[in-house]
Design a protein around this ligand. Structure first.
Ligand SMILES: Cc1cc2nc3c(=O)[nH]c(=O)nc-3n(C[C@H](O)[C@H](O)[C@H](O)COP(=O)(O)O)c2cc1C
Length: 368
């Protein structure tokens, strides 16, 4: 082969590699475009647009695996609804991690709380009229005052931040604000800041996390909800987008294979333990009624706690492994000083950086 042929072959290979790289990147979408899209979902509420805007704010709530397991039905006009019912979306259940729909009802509770708070931005007062297995009904009346609830402004800024936090303790007044926000009738709140109990919690998180990643059914279910790149996250508008956990983007065809190869229970558990250690503390929530109504109430409480933290520029993230693995619940309840009760949620908190926003489906897709 002479030099000219070699040169031509080299140029050809480089051009092919560049073309593959461009196609590869184009198929995945850009992180910058995703960020603009995700910020658009979180634009400030326009009271003039009525209840559709309250529903948009409701969809920004925390929810398990970001399945967004809800439909919203309006009773009355969009400009002045009498009530809005949040109904479970059965096709968005996650039966492996959540066999009794506990997380689904907690997620409905998180969204209901956002809905009630969002209405105050339109000078409407909302109350939770009923909650049960078939849904949550929120009723609204004109409040006669234009004072918005302080937590409502934080709705677009809240996120589940899966980053390392500053382990510096929060001030006692800040802890009191978190506890007060989460204190709703029917919910017990336990805040852990001491070393000894946090170490026991860490052991339970590690045990739960390791058991989950060793369970093929759990891994298969999580995989269905992973969104491996910005284009996929925007197209689907749901699920766990890789960047929110600090993972790189991958083409949709490669993501599942790479995910399967990357599952390492021991090293992931070590990472979860390190995240808990790098936090200012943790909070455990317990519903007094172990049924759909109780789980909705605990979801509301957790959403309020996250919003109160957001107002203080404090990050939060769930570490629910020891409530998702049934055999670990009894020990977690003992650790919290509530033996015999079912623990519902575990969150860690602390100051730290923000992470990329998670996706949401448009309001038109969730209005029944
Ligand atoms: C009931 C429930 C359980 C959750 N469990 C976990 C969990 O164990 N680990 C985790 O990282 N996130 C967990 N999350 C957080 C969701 O994944 C998160 O809310 C969702 O992906 C949307 O992201 P966002 O909160 O940033 O808007 C949970 C949320 C809820 C409501």
């Amino acid at each position: 082969m002479n030099r000219r042929t070699l040169l031509a072959a080299g140029v050809g290979t480089a051009a092919l590699a560049a073309a593959i790289a461009v196609t590869w990147r184009r198929g995945m979408g850009s992180a910058a475009r995703y960020d603009t899209w995700a910020r658009g979902l979180r634009s400030p509420l326009s009271p003039a647009l009525g209840a559709a805007e309250w529903v948009r704010y409701a969809t920004l709530a925390a929810n398990s695996h970001n399945t967004q397991p809800w439909h919203f039905a309006l009773d009355g006009s969009a400009a002045r609804p009498r009530a809005i019912t949040l109904m479970p979306a059965p096709d968005r259940r996650t039966p492996v991690v959540d066999r009794d729909d506990h997380h689904l009802h907690v997620s409905l509770g998180c969204a209901a709380e956002n809905l009630l708070l969002a209405a105050t931005l339109s000078a409407q007062a909302g109350t939770l009229e009923s909650a049960g297995p078939t849904g949550v009904r929120c009723a609204f009346t004109a409040s006669g005052t234009s004072t918005a609830h302080a937590l409502a402004e934080a709705i677009p800024w809240r996120q589940s931040t899966r980053a390392a936090y500053d382990p510096q303790p929060l001030a006692p007044a800040e802890l009191a604000q978190l506890e007060q926000a989460a204190t709703l009738p029917g919910v017990d709140v336990v805040i852990l800041t001491d070393r000894a109990r946090r170490a026991r919690l860490r052991d339970l998180v590690v045990a739960g996390n390791t058991a989950q990643w060793r369970d093929a059914a759990f891994v298969a279910e999580v995989q269905q909800w992973l969104r491996f790149n910005p284009a996929q996250a925007m197209a689907r508008g749901d699920g766990l987008y890789s960047a929110t956990t600090g993972n790189p983007s991958l083409p949709a065809w490669l993501g599942p294979l790479a995910f399967r190869l990357a599952v390492r229970p021991a090293s992931d558990s070590a990472r979860q333990a390190a995240l808990l250690d790098a936090s200012a503390g943790a909070v455990l929530l317990f519903a007094q009624q172990d049924n759909a109504a109780g789980w909705v109430q605990v979801g509301r409480a957790s959403q309020r706690l996250q919003l109160a933290a957001t107002r203080l520029d404090v990050r939060t993230s769930f570490l629910n492994q020891p409530v998702e693995v049934p055999s670990l619940r009894a020990e977690l309840a003992v650790l919290a000083g509530l033996p015999g009760r079912r623990p519902d949620l575990v969150l860690r908190f602390g100051r730290g950086p923000r992470m990329p926003w998670s996706p949401r489906r448009p309001v038109a897709q969730v209005l029944a």
